[in-house]
Design a protein around this ligand. Sequence first.
Ligand code: WTA
Length: 644
Amino acid sequence: MSERFPVPPRIQERALINRWEEYSRLYRESLENRDDFWATQARLFLTWDRDFSQTSSCDYRTGTIEWFSDGQLNVSKNCIDRHLVSRGEKPAILWEGNELGERKTITYRELHSEVCRFANMLTNLGVSKGDRVIIYLPMIPELAYSMLACARIGAVHSVVFAGFSAESLGNRIEDCQAKVVITANEGLRGPKTIPLKSICDEAVLDAQSVKAVVVVRRTSNRTEMKSGRDFWSEELLATASPECAPVVLDAEDPLFILYTSGSTGKPKGLVHTQAGYLLYTAFTHKFVFDYHEDDIYCCVADCGWITGHSYIVYGPLANGATTVMFESTPTYPDPGRYWEMIDRLGVTSFYTAPTAIRALEKEGEIWPEKYSLESLRILGSVGEPINEDAWLWYYNHVGHRRCTIVDTWWQTETGGILISPLPGVTETKPGSATFPLFGIDPVLIDDNGKEVSTTPGKGRLCIRDSWPGQSRTVFGDHDRFFDTYFREIPGMYLTGDAAERDSDGYFWIRGRVDDVLNVSGHRLGTAEIESAIDHCELVVEAAVVGIPHEVKGTGIYAFCIASREIRSVEEAEFEVKNTVRKVIGPFAAPDHVQFVTGLPKTRSGKIMRRILRKIASGDLESLGDISTLADSAVVEEIVSGRKR
Ligand code: WTA
């Protein structure tokens, strides 16, 4: 059993919840009287235009999930307008640009004007309630303005990470039938410039639904504009009024669609709705980060993923917090970038992914040692299991043993954090996400579909009953939503992760049980990468598996059968990697490509991924006796050609 780390006294003293008994009592109450618990929180955390009479109406037998359904409110009003009286001059967003020294402070009052102008701009372009708007922007304030502007007029945004390719962007535009796309002429990430507008041009080429492309000027380079379709945001905004009344929306109107990878098929457009989502993100932001009014809260995720939605924009702003938006990379211009920013801004909560921690750990302690880091109180981790080594480095060299680490487990589907330490009460264990938050009832299910009631125990992680932040459906395909998450284990939400509960009741997330990979905290389906590789004319068949990777957590290993004789293996490997870069995006490119003459298959023709996974990770001993396999020669060939 690993060492336990007590709650640092200075964290406990100030914490909103600081006694274990208090957590236990509240937790019990939240499960016993679920609706009462959430009804109370909903009235505390949110400002309603019309109060609700029914708290929840959920049925996992059909995948129907509704919270506060006859209530009405506006999310942007909750994130901005209601703070204007007491927090008008408080910074809402502290923007850190790509270059050191490039920064901007946006107060709540300024945020209000900017969001209203963006909302009016969208309305002037013909966008109205229910219309979809694709946002393909780098981490600049206009990204937050666009999201909140959609929320203000009831349009549904879908942010696409600015590292996705034209094809991925195009598929998302097509799937949600977006009316408007908001992009930038170029994006900047460290020393790199990304031609966002030209990627976007390719993506909208056949998109009938797109009536306008709005372009934010991020760099001064020349940009091709198509007359009648493309508009510079600065020109449209010049005539847009800084006042725009928020549209009153139903609690269950859609707020956004976010595409995420699954084990099969194309990415799913998960739908989150207004009130439940906002309540859950605000509630968890407050308790997991032990949020206080004077905090400087900094999450360095990208708004292209759920973490950015929930814990850069919606949760913190609903709580009236000062939230940092970070455009650059952890190592630009040097590996002290985060630590310099933390000292300069006086950051109190810092939230990142294990992959970034591991990358910075490799650069050595000398970088954090240059800075005091004394403003820090809470250090968050998200996106993949954090290994003990990285946890300890974060704890010792960034937190100086005086901060609490919150290893937060959650998913795009869950809207917000479900399992995490609470800073003032939870003794932490490196690598464990510890205990469920209020209202969350995690269950482990064994291979026979039965609940594991023992402690310790392990199984597939499911959640019994609903919580307000849960995704409501897959855009345009409710059957897929039901089939993916509710069909197999009746009465449960199936997360797709495996987990263990140790003898102290701590939860340890053990990774995906399906064919989803967490590569540098980015979620990718093996099927998705395989079908990208299929675009490469050199390959007739491919099988992709995950392998342990020092920095990325999981690396991508692709086995490919060539369509013809290959002259240069090196060139062929490059071709495969490049195809994936083009079809999905650079972050999905395989780390290793191995050409093989065949793949091990079952009699029914299914690829034996278990064997491939073992070979790719070099776990050759546990392959067992392969001579009994139908295609043992294939396995031997693959083993001997393994890339490392
Ligand atoms: C993984 C990211 C271990 C998990 C918010 C989950 C984690 C997937 C943790 C969701 C954690 C996330 N420990 N694994 N603290 N947090 N995961 O949808 O496999 O991009 O199912 O949401 O990331 O990824 P997604």
